[in-house]
Design a protein around this ligand. Sequence first.
Ligand SMILES: [Zn+2]
Length: 286
Amino acid sequence: MPELPEVETIARGLADRVTGDVIDSVWLGSKPEPLKSPAAELVSTLQAKRIADVRRVGKHIVFDLENGGGPPTPARRKSAGKSARPTRAAAQWIVHLGMTGRMLVCQPDAAVEKHTHAIAKLASGREIRFVDPRRFGRLSVAQGFQAAGSEPLDVEIEDFVRLFRGRKTPIKSALLNQKLLSGVGNIYADESLFRARIRPRRRASSLTREELRRLYPAVQQVLKEAIELGGSSISDYVDSDGEEGFFQLQHRVYGREGEPCLVCRTPIKRIVLAGRSSHYCPTCQR
Ligand SMILES: [Zn+2]
């Protein structure tokens, strides 16, 4: 599953390629699962819009749309059905990649892959395609979209400390709670806790202020390093050019059960917490 660094990298890749382009028309497949907003609303919100920016919010890719694609042509109006109406003010196209979702920017003559659920045809002639074999990804439109939790790379340290103080859940679960921090996934939670020398099962409320102040830079460093490397997805991730992308972050604990800790040589332990694998060094982490 793409995590925050992968989504950041994809959003940046898309921003480089399609910012300023205009969505001329939209094709949607027949499978209902990928459409979180009604099909007609997706189409009417996207078409004839200029892509002002593409950015990451939590683990979502957000296309900021603005009017400026010119008035809908009769052809556009027809394809949108009866929901066609004058273009709205700024809106967002929100893409969640789920487990296997990919965003491709390609030429129109590129073969359409199996499991393509949406195609946005651009004024430049290229197409943005959403491909998702397992169909856990979601497409929606909104105005003023915001993630539920705080952005881990922007949150201030005192706000970060406040998020976790007094919580009775394990700190690992709290890190994964998207209503607290937005976009921290399993791999990066394990890696952050290792760097902060905190065991995943510790109750958040048992962490001292000092430990929380150690966790804060650990989370940010892990995410920033992974973004610099271009994300570290371990699944079959492909970037917005359709190229196999992404070096793997040197995981210090994640996926290293039984292997020696890189600091003290103690074998890395794996436990299951709230249904998720958690990896830690029983010596370095307390
Ligand atoms: Zn260790």
